[in-house]
Design a protein around this ligand. Sequence first.
Ligand SMILES: Cc1ncc(COP(=O)(O)O)c(C=O)c1O
Length: 390
Amino acid sequence: MLKSTFDHKTVQFEFAKRSFKSFVESREHFKPYLKPEKTPILCMDLQGIKSRYIELRYHFSNFNIYYAVKANDHEKIIKSLAELGSHFEVASSQELDKVLDAGVSPSRVISSNPVKPPEFIEHAHKKGMDRFAVDSFTEIDKIAKVAKRARVYVRLVVPNEGSDWPLSKKFGVDVDTAVELLEYAREKNLIPYGITFHVGSQCNNFRNWFIGIRTASELWEKAKRRGLKLQMLNIGGGIPVRYSYEALSIEDIAYYVKGLMQKFFPILPHELQIEPGRGVVGDQGMMVCRVIGKAKRGEDHWLYIDTGVFNGLAEALGGIRYAFYLEREGELREWTIGGVSCDSMDVVARNVALPEPEVGDYIYILSAGAYTNVYAAPFNGFPIPELVFP
Ligand SMILES: Cc1ncc(COP(=O)(O)O)c(C=O)c1O
């Protein structure tokens, strides 16, 4: 009988290798950054980010794209997207100011964070922003106090199953509460404007969009019966990127969403919004770091790198499984990858198939463009990865 030489370690390593090769082979200008003197660095492809945005525009042709600044707030990224006509979603005064500094009109900015610091609402309103998400009566009171006649949109809770970074436990309300909130906003002299939901970040489950859009249409109809004329539907973020496994494509999600819109919203809202973060920048960045140590602890083989969960890889603590690659051949072994800090929580990945590394080897972490440098702190004195735009 023919014995397969392909075990799961080989499959995993070959997947990472293919991701690495396709990333660098299409980016000649990245070559000088593959063996930097100083590590860690985060190499971001600005042209690639623009291409992702254009791809989103092309496939979600009925939607305005509001880039979720939280995914990566570097001013070069904001400026490039602003030049292409992007809209923006922000959660803080700092994010808003960065967007405005790039020359974006406040009329192209929204805040979908359902619970905002009062100072931010006031600052945003003063700067000319007037669209805010809500999911509580308290938030409506806060907005009514400082942002007269602002437009508010309500956040629905939807399932986040199959999303590697779920968001719905913290925010969102059911349809009946949402109607009450919109009516309360009207009483408070705010403008009931629309509906939003978030399917969970890194969503690889079409069904979440199905439930989200179906629930939104239910709310839309109920609101209409109460004399609330909503204008906007925002379908949140959630577009996934490839990590150590494949991801749904923008094209497939857009095709599916288009079908759902035809079914549940035969008359389209005045404005359709999508607010992707990871889907714009996630796979356009690669972290380059180095091996700083190795150890065998019981049965486990450990390798240590010069970055970690506090210095950019925080999402490894949740559900994100990065692809790691190192340029060596040889027998594969499963490694536990420890971060640079002296904290035991700082474990970046387990069961990662790699050939035997040596101290000083470069390790490439693919799809590290979103929620990495923005999360990072110089804990234990170790630096935040420097962003470079080859
Ligand atoms: C309100 C809101 N909108 C958009 C996003 C972006 O989501 P994603 O990065 O999954 O596209 C997030 C992510 O946390 C969010 O909280």
